[in-house]
Design a protein around this ligand. Structure first.
Ligand code: AMP
Length: 137
């Protein structure tokens, strides 16, 4: 179902242009307009859903099979050394377009991008407490 004023729904409906690289009944992939590296691809469900946390569980298996297949193709086509698969959920996590999408980003050994910097736990207690809270949910 198309959502009014959703940029990616408009891409699905061909109301705004995109460089499509894959399409089937349920999913669409196209090149990111502002790529981290050449070949940076976005995979989306055609059906509007705001982010991965909201995705219906019955769609996940097909989506991930497509994501893996497409990631292999992007890696082959770009002759990348590796691939980052990323997904931002909510504004605080960097989500800017609120229609679920996974980023497939080709990586090269010397592409100058860096891994996230880790922030060590302040104590063993803090780490154990957080693990316990997640286990208990
Ligand atoms: P995120 O920050 O995870 O929401 O990522 C949104 C992504 O959408 C960014 O990488 C943008 O460059 C990309 N993007 C925004 N508008 C377009 C567009 N019209 N066509 C293709 N990619 C787009």
């Amino acid at each position: 179902m198309e959502s009014m004023n959703c940029l990616f729904c408009k891409i699905v409906a061909n109301e705004i242009p995109s460089e499509k690289v894959f399409e089937n009944d349920n999913f669409l992939a196209f090149l990111d307009i502002n790529p981290v590296n050449p070949g940076h691809t976005l995979l989306i469900p055609k059906h509007h859903v705001s982010n991965f946390l909201e995705m219906e569980s019955q769609s996940i298996e097909g989506f991930f099979a497509t994501l893996q297949n497409l990631s292999r193709k992007v890696k082959d086509a770009t002759a990348a050394d590796g691939i980052n698969i990323m997904n931002n959920n909510e504004e605080a996590a960097g989500q800017e377009v609120f229609h679920l999408h996974f980023h497939i980003i080709p990586r090269w050994t010397k592409d100058g991008l860096h891994h996230w910097q880790g922030k060590p736990y302040e104590s063993d207690d803090e780490r154990k407490k957080l693990a316990e809270e997640i286990r208990n949910k």
